[in-house]
Design a protein around this ligand. Structure first.
Ligand code: MRU
Length: 347
């Protein structure tokens, strides 16, 4: 059976190994998961994060869950076990729809092949297909999005929608990579992305590794930087896009979109079809994860707020569709009215 190794994850056949994104950029440490419980924890604790990356990770976790079962996977007990594996992995994080999309795809494959002699091989093949497809899809998103950028443009991005947030290449950073590969001179402003600092820790690290010009700013500088005429376009990723085009992405994305509109700067969302959830009518129905208050009161383990202060820590926000200039997908760039154009992508 073929294997897979990227910066984000490695599938060995018996385990999925992640670069520990909590430790980047200061340490490059790897975490090995040999069962679906460990994979659940890796997603929940954000050892691996980013919507497409957690989808593929859950698919490998599902294969590990199948390997854990002793007995006939096609038996009532086997089918019940796999339902529990799916539910456990699905309970790791609530907002990114790619997680549920990948698990549904794995579970459907399982139910169709539960009585086969080689169910586990079939599941492993499906998980690898999800992962390899993600890389191809990101490259297509990159090609489609790069046409929106001109030589000399400066792009502002938020959070990390790069290779680390996907199996490889990235969505928003894939657009930037593809434009650079096409010979355009592109500079990037990366928001640090409080409170978890995905921009400072991951986007800056990833782009510097690739030799792409990146300037780090704290989130509250974005408006001023735009007002100085320094930004030509905003490109971000997404965790879930509702049928009407509302976009859930990392907390702070909404503020960037409002600022972009104020300054007449195009605001693009780069995302695969697996992030578009036509069964969720609008952003109001998207579940928004709330995370530990410690993420706000502490910075890298150091307390910066009074003990026991009241906190609110939503990990995502929703940008209304009318602030989104275009959604860059593997099938092309769509524009409003999103309730029509997004649906057309699936026809
Ligand atoms: O909480 P995270 O780090 O998993 O959030 C990640 C994001 O919000 C990304 O922008 C999104 O998943 C798109 S990744 C291609």
């Amino acid at each position: 059976m073929s294997k897979l190794k990227t910066m984000t994850l490695e599938w060995t056949g018996d385990a999925v190994i992640f670069i520990d994104q909590r430790k980047l950029p200061l340490e490059e440490v790897y975490v090995k998961c040999t069962n679906h419980f460990d994979t659940f924890t890796a997603i929940k604790d954000m050892i691996v994060r980013g919507a497409p990356a957690i989808g593929a990770s859950a698919a490998f976790g599902y294969v590990l869950g199948a390997k854990e079962f002793r007995g006939e996977l096609g038996s009532e007990k086997g089918i019940d076990h796999m339902k529990k594996v799916k539910e456990k992995l699905a309970s790791s994080r609530p907002t990114a729809v790619n997680l549920f999309w990948a698990l549904e795809r794995m579970h459907k494959t399982f139910l169709e092949n539960a009585s086969s002699d080689n169910t586990i091989d079939i599941l492993e093949k499906e998980a690898l297909a999800i992962a390899f497809e993600d890389i191809e899809v990101n490259m297509a998103i990159g090609r489609n999005g790069s046409e929106l950028l001109r030589d000399g443009d400066t792009v502002l991005t938020h959070c990390n929608a790069g290779a680390l947030a996907t199996v490889d290449y990235g969505t928003a950073l894939g657009v930037i990579r593809a434009a650079v590969e096409a010979g355009k001179r592109i500079s990037v402003f990366a928001d640090e992305t409080r409170p978890y600092l995905q921009g400072a820790r991951l986007t800056a690290w990833e782009l510097m590794k690739d030799g792409i010009d990146v300037t780090l700013i704290s989130d509250n500088m974005a408006g001023w930087v735009m007002s100085q005429g320094k930004i030509d376009a905003v490109v971000v990723g997404a965790d879930r896009i509702a049928a009407n085009g509302d976009v859930a992405n990392k907390i702070g994305t909404y503020s960037v979109a409002v600022l972009a509109q104020r300054h007449g700067i195009p605001f693009y969302v780069a995302a695969p079809l697996s992030t578009i959830d036509l069964s969720t009518p609008t952003g109001k129905e998207i579940p928004i994860e709330e995370r530990s208050h410690k993420e706000i009161t502490h910075v890298q383990g150091i307390q910066v707020a009074p003990h026991n202060v009241k906190c609110y820590n939503p990990a995502f926000d929703v940008t209304p569709w009318n602030l989104v200039t275009g959604i860059i997908t593997e099938k092309g760039v769509v524009r409003p009215p999103y309730n029509v154009t997004l649906k057309n992508l699936f026809d």
